[in-house]
Design a protein around this ligand. Structure first.
Ligand code: F6P
Length: 365
């Protein structure tokens, strides 16, 4: 009997459980045995951390946020920092141990669900260690070039839009400027989509460095149109013109593979307060955007990714990632898939529409 293992790595995203559901059900139909590795590769390091997945076990998980397997963005098995007895940090390469377990347990394929970091690790396992890997892309940021969409994004945008809808009434009641920081790393997809749909006055995205004076002018201009409040959406990776790098939080998390963005919302709010004299509040939506039940769109996409991954396993299309190429699914070599980041096109129809309905991007256009 063929045995496969599935893992979920990186930040969680609504829809992960739908992938697990689809992989389990379609692999089971083929007579395969399915295992889930807890917290990324932990189950492959320690087989006690493997869960046997059956259709009964996954029956109710499709609408649940998060991942029943757990996830981590601090666990690169090729360079795992561990504290020794003397309290010193050592970096260990655990990849051979993982490969030994993978072979000993008789797996013929690993379905790795993750963002760019996890997919890069999966690609290294395929090329350097010979692991038969299939990647499934996930991220609420929607910033992977190789696929038209990632699941989790639609849910995150819906959550952010709902939050913006709610902020209008309180901003209006108090004549306030509300600055809302949203996630998205170095891409402005969440800010752009939620900002347009949530009626923002200003949207600041990493793709368009902004001038704070232009932002303040737009806020002041609102008054000429008898609008005494304003909603400003700021992507966490947005930068003012002249800023060398995005605003980050200090993080002492051991083994974290990327910087923790955050703080630009408060920076923008402070400057608006100073330059316009208006009552201004900032809030960060943060991990709210990663939680909750996946939207229908995300569920369907996640299910389709899971189904396609199992079809690719059957065809032994390893070292590839499943990608959405509307209306179908495509298999993209992982080497290619991990390369490009998808940025907001500054001349896209979406952006033009936003400008035409009066949204300011903090530039002089
Ligand atoms: O990549 C998903 C994401 O939510 C980013 O939008 C955000 O910058 C980051 O993860 C937050 O990471 P963490 O969950 O480690 O705080």
């Amino acid at each position: 009997m063929k045995k496969i293992v599935i893992s979920t790595g990186g930040g969680d995203a609504p829809g992960l459980n739908a992938v697990i559901y689809a992989v389990t059900k379609s692999a089971y139909q083929r007579g395969w045995e399915i295992y889930g590795s807890k917290s990324g590769y932990r189950g492959l390091l320690d087989p006690d951390e493997l869960i046997r997945l059956t259709p009964e076990k996954v029956e109710d998980i499709m609408p649940l946020g998060g991942t029943i397997l757990g996830s981590t963005n601090k666990g690169n098995p090729f360079a795992m920092p561990v504290e020794n007895l003397a309290g010193e940090i050592q970096t260990l390469d655990l990849s051979d141990r993982i490969m030994r377990n993978f072979r000993r347990l008789g797996f013929f394929c690993h379905i790795a669900v993750g963002g760019d970091g996890s997919l890069e690790i999966a690609h290294r396992f395929a090329t350097e260690k010979g692991m038969p890997v299939i990647g499934v892309p996930k991220t609420i940021d929607n910033d992977l070039e190789a696929t038209q969409r990632t699941f989790g994004f639609d849910t995150a945008v819906s959550t952010a839009t709902e939050a913006l809808d709610k902020l209008h009434s309180t901003a209006k009641s108090h004549d306030r400027v509300m600055v809302v920081e949203v996630m998205g790393r170095d891409s402005g997809w969440i800010a752009l989509n939620a900002g347009i749909s949530g009626g923002a006055d200003v949207i600041l995205i990493p793709e368009i460095p902004f001038d704070i004076d232009v932002v303040c002018r737009k806020i002041n201009d609102n008054e000429l149109r008898d609008k005494n409040y304003a909603i400003v959406v700021v992507a966490e990776g947005a930068k003012a013109q002249g800023m060398k790098k995005a605003v980050c939080k200090k993080s002492s998390e051991l083994g974290r593979d990327s910087e923790l963005l955050g703080g630009i919302g408060e920076w923008v709010a402070e400057h608006i307060r100073k330059l316009t004299g208006k009552d201004t509040r900032s809030l960060t939506l943060g991990h709210l955007q990663r939680g909750g039940s996946p939207t229908t769109f995300d569920r369907l996409l996640a299910l389709r990714f899971g189904g396609a991954a199992v079809r690719m396993a059957e065809l032994e299309l390893f070292d590839h990632m499943v990608a959405l190429k509307t209306p179908d699914m495509a298999a993209i070599p992982l080497a290619e898939a991990v390369k490009g980041r998808k940025k907001v096109e500054v001349n896209s129809d979406k952006l033009l529409t936003a400008r035409e309905i009066g949204i300011c991007f903090g530039d002089s256009n």
